[in-house]
Design a protein around this ligand. Sequence first.
Ligand code: PLP
Length: 448
Amino acid sequence: NGPADEAADDLTLLAERHLVQPWPVSGSIGAEARGRLDAGEGIYVTDASGRRLIDGPAGMWCVNAGHRNRELAEVMASQAMELSYNSPWYTTNAPSVILSARLAEHAPDGVDHVFYTTGGSSAVETALRFMQFANNVKGRPEKKLIVSRQGGYHGSTYLSASLNGRPRDHDWMDSASDLVVKLSCPDPFRRPDGMSVEAFCDFLVEEFRQVIEEKGADRIGAFIAEPVMASGGVIVPPPGYLRRMQDLCRRNDILFIADEVVTAFGRLGHVFASKEVFGIEPDMITFAKGVTSGYFPLGGVMIAGRLFEELRRSNHSEAMFAHGLTYSSHPVGCAVALKNLDILEGGLLAHARAVSDHFQQSLKALEELPLVGEVRGLGLMACVECVADRASKNPLTLDLEVGKRIDRHCQELGLLVRPLIHMCVMSPPLTISLEQIDDMVSILRRGI
Ligand code: PLP
């Protein structure tokens, strides 16, 4: 053991003693060291043993411009030297103002205001608190229920986590369940036997209609949906589903919140996917992750200006939206986001669109493997779902979760995957080339 090995061992020990990482089980909480990464470059990361791996999930669906991007690093440093912080309560800064105007250009017409947060959970929390506030001001305090979906993921703060519909996330956790109604997951792969995708879509829309009828439109404040459910296993809803859900929202004065924390900033080939990909015009769009390609923790909510006008015209012009974060509109985060937007507009969006067919088709070919039940996806996000057998579609279970086992094999071969129980999620940096896609899929094939 040389000094470098000792330092590495020390870090493992220190992590076990002092670091608490997300989603720990109580048997390991506060005493667990996960595999450490030391460096990144483009689509690759280097682990503590010096092994180079393709970053299959782009960190956590976020390193869209790739690792070690000099432009992003430099703008961060220069903004920190210029103005490192200002209080968003009393002052503003140029990067946040310019970024707001540029984001408004990409959002659906009229969705032209931005409230910045520190990430996705706080963006969702902000959107929901704004809905609550607006309905209080408008004199309809009963209109607060939030409709979300089974399989969805919206965050880890109390209210945002209460919306989550992934089965295991609530087993041991409290939630504001009295505020939330959950609809079925719009997963065509798991639609009832014998039902066409069109009929499944009708069923999902009818389910929402019935919930509105049962609970009363005057009690439902918002419907929130990821256009493509990400952590739930890259669920692409049936064609027309989002549009029809939006129509129901419009008819019943329910705010439609598109949670684009994953789908925005190029993952589906556009800055925002709502309008460009799905033809919907939400009232609010939450974003985070790819907005800075993960270089700085920043998120936000795009809000339709119409909603502010309604408040200005209300009888309560003194009512205060008592909501703000110390790091709202952070100048360094917004400067990075501006540069990231330059990179996206300057060719990365076009590149993502150009390689996505090859990405999807190459992964789709993994359906030849007997363990694989379905490969699905859109743009540069995809999921490989392993099943016990194709007829039952029951998730494949092994002593170790299948996703983790595949990840372990893939890491030995040079690829990091995002294991989700019996699924593997792939969402690489958007800079990935056609050849790199081939490498990635070939390793994944061997890993499986
Ligand atoms: N919304 C969606 C769709 C997400 O995928 C996530 C995180 O993965 C969040 C919200 C929460 O974002 P954050 O982890 O930045 O708080």
